[in-house]
Design a protein around this ligand. Structure first.
Ligand SMILES: NC(=O)c1ccc[n+]([C@@H]2O[C@H](COP(=O)([O-])OP(=O)(O)OC[C@H]3O[C@@H](n4cnc5c(N)ncnc54)[C@H](OP(=O)(O)O)[C@@H]3O)[C@@H](O)[C@H]2O)c1
Length: 281
């Protein structure tokens, strides 16, 4: 994260007040990552639906957390919406009723909800950015893709890039690709957790204590990902480095191919995308 000498808020969004509406799994992950990167606490506030959640969030992150937030809404420059897609319409109505300013930047992370829908719900006067982050933002290793609506300027996109860049990688893409992004990197951590769990079970099957198996698997997945990012080589070339002729790795890889691992993964991602687009059978 790029921090300024007198605090990171200046680098993130100079002089801007940021509200995070919805501080559950995703909003909480972003809060944790952003605050951990040095943002001054008084410039960020959060909102939840219930008092119980507000108390938990306030004590966990040490920031003001509210269940009614009209005054804060009208004095905020950036509002990050991290409520469930089904809760978004209500939250947008509440924001409009709270006197939302037309120049307040709205950033939504709601999966499958288009910029057009959000713009319409707000009367078409606010700049809107749709973002798809993922939960590893919690540990500063998130992956976020953002797309800007018709009123979103380069400066607005730069604010979102800095916000999500504080908790991992952030790229800007066309909105039409965001459901595909969601199916890969939004849902992706869940696929990887399943694979990690399965590999740890496999380690137990061949005699390793479970904690040892989990340590080996998690570090191996992390190491392989960093190799792909940093070596600039194709995964197939990296795989060849591990594959000794007539050795154990090629034997295991053939078993994985027998199980159609490539098409299973591709079909899973396609299904996630179809669910988002309402075309799942
Ligand atoms: N989880 C992921 O991996 C992931 C990845 C990418 C994107 N997303 C997106 O992130 C969004 C949030 O998902 P989540 O998994 O974080 O959901 P979640 O854990 O259920 O959190 C939702 C949060 O919104 C609050 N809330 C609901 N209605 C509200 C309102 N009217 N005003 C203020 N706060 C309100 C809830 O408060 P209470 O606790 O009081 O109910 C809770 O803090 C979704 O749109 C999802 O598509 C999630």
């Amino acid at each position: 994260m790029k921090t300024s000498e007198n605090g990171a808020v200046a680098a993130l969004a100079p002089g801007k007040r940021i509200g995070i509406i919805g501080a559950g799994a995703m909003g909480g992950a972003l809060l944790r990552g952003v605050l951990g990167s040095g943002v001054a606490l008084d410039a960020v506030w959060a909102a939840t639906k219930s008092d119980a959640s507000a108390r938990t969030v306030a004590s966990e992150f040490g920031i003001a957390t509210h269940t009614t937030y009209a005054e804060l809404t009208s004095s905020s420059d950036v509002l990050l919406l991290a409520v469930k897609p089904a809760q978004l319409e209500t939250a947008l109505r509440e924001l409009s009723a709270a006197g939302l300013r037309a120049d307040t930047l709205i950033i939504s992370v709601a999966a499958g909800v288009s910029i057009e829908r959000i713009e319409k719900a707000l009367g078409g006067s606010n700049p809107v950015i749709r973002a798809m982050p993922n939960t590893p933002s919690f540990v500063g290793q998130g992956m976020t893709a953002i797309a800007g609506g018709s009123l979103a300027t380069k400066e607005h996109l730069a604010i979102a890039e800095r916000l999500f860049g504080a908790v991992g990688l952030c790229i800007t893409i066309e909105e039409r690709l965001l459901n595909a992004v969601t199916a890969i990197s939004g849902s992706g951590p869940a696929y990887v957790y399943l694979i990690i769990e399965a590999l740890a079970d496999a380690g137990v099957r061949v005699g390793l204590p479970r904690d040892v198996a989990m340590t080996l698997v998690a570090q191996t997945v992390l190491g392989a990902a960093v190799m792909v990012q940093e070596s600039d080589r194709h995964p197939a070339a990296l795989r060849d480095d591990v594959t000794t002729p007539a050795g154990c790795t090629i034997g295991a890889l053939l078993v994985l191919e027998d199980g159609k691992i490539r098409s299973v993964l591709a079909r899973a991602v396609e299904e996630a995308r179809n669910v988002l687009e309402g075309t799942s059978r």
